[in-house]
Each structure stands twice: as C-alpha cells, then as structure tokens.
Design a protein. Structure first.
Length: 367
C-alpha cells in the first residue's frame, strides 16, 4: 500500500470548503408574465375585499379589460371601480355577473367556501374562471370543478400569483429547460413577521401559515418536481413570546423519488427577515436569497460557473398579472395554462397532507 492509498480526503473536504465559481453569462429565459394578443376580453371581478386591489392594480397596469366589479357591500365595489376601472359597472348583486354574456371571464377573490358554489355556477353558465388561492379546501370539490370545466370546454385556473414572482418564475423555467438536471433537493426557508394578522379573520385560522401562506411554496415545489411526492411530514407551533393566537411557526419535509424537500416558515421573525429558495440538481444549483419576497438575487451554478441574472418585475403585482394573463392566453390558444386548476390539485395534495400531518403528528403518505 502506498502513501496515496492512505492519504484520505483533502483537508478542504472535511471543512466543506467549496471552490470559487467563475462568473458566466446568465441564460435568457422567458420568466415574464404571459399576456394575450387581444387584451380586450371582458373580465368581471367578484369580491372587492383586501386582496382585490392587487388583482385590479395589475390588470390596469397591463391594460386588461375589467367591465364589472361585484361585492355584497356596494361601497367596496364602487371604491375599487373608481380607483382602477371607472368605466366598469359596480354592483352588490354578485349573482348578476354569473352567466352575463357580456362577461367572458370571472375572477373570484372570495373565501374558498364561498367561491366553490360560484365557480360551479359560472362554469355551468359557460364562463371561464380564475379562482383565488387556495383553489378549494376539499380535493374532491376541486376534482369536480376541474371535470366540469373540461366537460364544458372552459378554462379554469388558479391565482397562484407566486408562479410569476420573478425569482420563482426564473428558477422554474431554468428547471424546465434542464439547466440543473434531475432535481434532488428543494429547500425553502423564510423568516418574516406575520403578526399583522392580529385582530383580523386570519387570526381565527389555527394553522394560518400552512393553510394560507405556504400554498405558494407547495405550488412552487409541485411546479419543479411534478406530482411525485410520496410522504409529507409537517409541524406547526406558536413561538415562545408571540401574541397572535394562530401558529406562526411551521415546517414540512417532503420525500419524492430521488430527492427531498424542506419548507421552513418562521412567521414570528421581528429582526433580520430573510427569504431563501434553493433547488439542487444533478448538474446545477439554483439559489435565490433576499430580505423579502420583492428583493431577491438569483444565482445558477453549473460546471461552467456562476450566473446571476438581472430580473425585472415584482411579485406584487406582476404575479397577479401573470395568473390572469396565462388564463387569457389559454382562452386564445385552447391549451391549458400552467396555473390550470387540474395541475393545481398536485399542490393542494401537498398542502392537505401537510395540514393533516401537523394535526395528527405523523407523516402522511401520498402513494
């Protein structure tokens, strides 16, 4: 036996010292919100509550055509109309928009339990639908709505606006282009302050982080690994000194063939907010980090070196434009959008499994 046989790994291997990667030009990928050729398709929005501002602001910015806004509180409908689309009709008769031949697309921003019956009626009346996220609370209801839309030749999409957050969209497109090979790891770590929910209806949701916030990252995970997850194990708890009743800490581990995923949410971070998303593949690694969801720096490391693309746009509100734009493009082309409700069922399966796991204390199998 010679010295080379007994030398063992180099010291840098023990110390996890990585070699510096040389800068290379970033691949050009189509990560921007999709838009139809014809932006005049008439849109009706039902639900003029808090999140509706993001929908309407994005539609105005991108020149889309909102013709009616409905809310059970007329003053809210009129306020949104006056703010964004003065030419639109404002009404407190929500049902008046369903089946109206002058409205081709309905954007439903209501709570899932209120949305589902309206989605069914709109699809039966021949209207395309964009549903606010989460799409539904029961997978069986989601499947029924998907089948109804398909049977009637209609597009049913979900406002998973995070799909067009510039950093997440670029990472997804990089995976789709094969730039990192087979995805062996997806890891999300977010530290932020979610205590703004104090005194709002959201505080009544025990697992608020898993049930309302985490769907964006379960959706991102599904967009890069597909419907392949085998098991999900999740927990949720309250931070030591938090005042909010809901559980602001949550985490989930996901197992899938040839890979693993982790999602960690620290919603009680008062200092040092940070957002990090990492996708590890057999031929490259994508990483996005920043102090919040709107300020992210993406890098792509491969054998060629490290690329740092300069991305344009913001999650709020380019993401909302992307969700509606993808639906409008699908109506033009007849091809399902990437935020189609059928595809979103995979994201909801992950979410449902995580909520069940956090409630029962054990892993949930999906296969």
């Amino acid at each position: 036996m010679n010295a080379e046989d007994t030398a063992g790994p180099a010291p840098d291997s023990y110390a996890l010292v990585a070699a510096d990667a040389k800068p290379v030009e970033a691949p050009v990928l189509d990560y921007a919100p999709p838009m139809p050729r014809d932006r005049s398709t008439p849109i009706g929005l039902i639900g003029a509550g808090g999140i509706s501002f993001a929908h309407l602001e994005a539609y105005k910015k991108y020149g889309l055509n909102v013709v009616a806004i409905a809310d059970r509180h007329l003053d809210r409908a009129e306020g949104r109309r006056d703010q964004f689309f003065p030419q639109a009709i404002a009404t407190d008769r929500v049902e008046a928009l369903i089946g109206d031949p002058a409205i081709k697309v309905l954007d439903l921003t209501l709570h899932p339990r209120d949305r589902a019956p309206l989605m069914r009626r709109a699809l039966e009346a021949g209207q395309h639908v964009l549903s606010q996220k989460p799409f539904v609370h029961e997978l069986s209801v989601g499947r029924e709505l998907v089948e109804l839309a398909e049977a009637n030749g209609l597009q049913l999409a979900v406002n998973q606006n995070g799909r067009w957050a510039p950093h997440l969209s670029y990472m997804r497109e990089a995976v789709a282009a094969g730039l990192v090979g087979h995805v062996t790891g997806v890891h999300v770590s977010i530290q932020w302050d979610h205590s703004w929910i104090a005194g709002t209806p959201f505080e009544k949701i025990d697992q608020i982080v898993l049930e309302d916030f985490a769907i964006h990252w379960f959706d991102f995970l599904a967009s890069v690994i597909g419907d392949t997850a085998r098991t999900v194990y999740a927990t949720g708890t309250r931070a030591e000194d938090q005042k909010v009743a809901s559980k602001l800490l949550a985490q989930a581990l996901v197992d899938y063939p040839g890979g693993q995923a982790s999602l960690v949410f620290d919603g009680h971070t008062r200092f040092g907010a940070q957002d990090s998303t990492v996708v590890v593949g057999t031929s490259g690694t994508l990483r996005s980090t920043g102090p919040d969801l709107g300020r992210q720096q993406v890098s792509l490391v491969t054998s060629e070196g490290i690329a740092r693309p300069t991305l344009a746009g913001q999650w709020f509100n380019d993401g909302f434009a992307g969700a509606m734009g993808a639906l409008l493009v699908a109506i033009e082309t007849g091809k399902p959008p990437i935020n189609a409700a059928r595809g979103n069922l995979a994201s909801l399966r992950l979410l449902e499994a995580a909520i069940t796991s956090a409630r029962t204390g054990g892993p949930v199998g999906l296969r």
